[in-house]
Ligand binder design. Structure first.
Ligand code: DAT
Ligand code: MG
Length: 150
């Protein structure tokens, strides 16, 4: 089953939106397999955002993600990466489709509430970066057969 990393970023935590984000993924049918509430250090932030080194917004991005606690989660399901990105919405909140999290709760790209892995390979890398194997739970829900076709 495909897995994806989701972070409720510091603005989402401060604004009391952790529950709202979780509720949307639960309703979508995705299965939670790991979660932790952490203060992100410099080194994890830099490794996570390595692809953005050198960009004009890089310094602001690192200070934003390390500025207050984040809620880190792993969600799984068929096409979990694409499904979560769709529910999250476009990077710039004013370009995000109505009904997406970024549209409904954000205005600025530098305060866009949430991170989600962008490709299945990124999901594998990011889940491995943020979670130890023993922090992830393999489990079955009673409703799985009504959400997952196979
Ligand atoms: P996403 O978070 O949708 O995967 P990304 O990986 O391109 O977007 O960028 C990571 C974060 O960096 C993004 O959530 C917000 C910030 N960012 C991206 N492009 C930006 C820009 N043009 N100006 C300011 N911040 C930006
Ligand atoms: Mg990204």
């Amino acid at each position: 089953m495909e897995r994806t990393l989701v972070l409720v970023k510091p603005d989402g935590v401060q604004r009391g939106l952790i529950g709202e984000v979780i509720a949307r993924f639960e309703r979508r049918g995705l299965r939670l397999v790991g979660a932790k509430f952490i203060q992100v250090g410099q080194s994890l932030a830099e490794t996570h955002y390595a692809e953005h080194v050198g960009k004009p917004f890089y310094a602001g991005l690192i200070s934003y993600i390390t500025s207050a606690p984040v809620m880190a989660m792993v969600w799984e399901g068929p096409n979990a990466v694409a499904a979560v990105r769709q529910t999250v919405g476009s990077t710039k909140p004013v370009e995000a489709a109505p009904g997406t999290i970024r549209h409904d709760y954000a205005l600025e790209v530098g305060r866009n509430l949430i991170h989600a892995s962008d490709k299945p390979e990124t999901g594998v890398r990011e889940v491995g970066l943020w979670f130890k194997a023993e922090e992830l739970v393999d489990w079955n829900r009673a409703v799985d057969a009504w959400v997952f076709e196979k």
